[in-house]
Every structure is written in structure tokens, then in C-alpha cells.
Design a protein around this ligand. Sequence first.
Ligand SMILES: [Cu+2]
Length: 200
Amino acid sequence: MSDTITTNSAHLAPPRPRTVARRRSRRAGAPVAVLAALLGLALLAGCSDDSDTTAAQSLTVSDQWVKAVPQGEMTAVFGDLVNDSSDDLQVVSASSPAAGRMELHEVVADSAGAMTMQEKDGGFVIPADSTLTLAPGGDHLMLFDLPAPITPGQDITVELTMSDGSTAGFTAQARDFPGADEEYAPGHGGDMPMTSESGA
Ligand SMILES: [Cu+2]
């Protein structure tokens, strides 16, 4: 299936010297091991125990798909964001070659009680050992300014950026989904914030 996760955070989070020291200690003699132990203590004092794992490495995306749309319409990516780690994960932004711009959206009731979508403050938080489901009518990854139509069966790639700067890429297949329009494009038409602003 197309739920492969690739992480390319190496350039964003280069290996830290202490990691090298710890790895070498397994093969080298006692002095290095002692040094590594001290470094390890310092590490434990300031960081969580899996500080060598990026947020992107703890994230798995499954059952993901994108709603097929003609060029010029906006659309959204849905699926499960699975956090296998004991730390909360936070997705702060997303991008795709299939969209000029992406936003992390939630669906909320406006003052009149109508459901409307808006950018989610702080992005998507996936609690430790939990799954955040992105679905029509709920949280979703919004795509704007499509350079081309997205047709059923087509695969698009999406890259998620986590709060630690690491990135997780995945592929989502397009499917027909006629029902989603009213869920994330409520009746007010063009007064939704995403159509006007561009600087964010
Ligand atoms: Cu949206």
C-alpha cells in the first residue's frame, strides 16, 4: 500500500556528538564508557529518554486519501496519524507538490451554529500512543491553489513538518468523494478565511 513513511530530517537535525560517544562506548574501553555514562546522565537530566528519535520517526500515516477535484477547487487529505511513541507529537505544517499551499484545519461550530472549518491553532497534536483521525467533518489537511486537477486513482505526495523540525512524507491516493463538500465548505461561500489571506 501507499502508507510508506519517509523521513528526511537528517539535514534538519544532524547527529549530535553525544550520540557518537554513546555508540563508540559499546566497542571501546572503560574510559569512553564512563564519559558516555556521564553524558548520558546529563542527557537524562535535560531531555526525554528517546531524544535521539525525531518526531517524524514516531509518526505513521495510514488509510490516507485525498478527495479528487478539478483544478481551481480546494480539497483535503484525510487519514490516520498514528503516534507510536510515549511523547505527544505535533504536526505544525504541511506541503505538497499538488497544492500551492496547505493548511491544518479543524471543523468547529460558528456563532450561528453552522459548522465551519478554520486553521487549527498550534496544528495537530497527537497524544502519546494515540491516533488522530483526519476525516471529512473533522480535522483535515487542506490543499489550496492546485496547479492541476487531482483525478481519482492519482497519487499525491504530502510532507508533514513536526514541531522539532523533522519531516514525514507520505503518498495519498485520490478518490471520488462527492459528500465532503458541505463538510468543509459550508454555505457561506467565499467568506471563509482561507480564500483571502495569503501571507500565512
Ligand atoms: Cu479545510
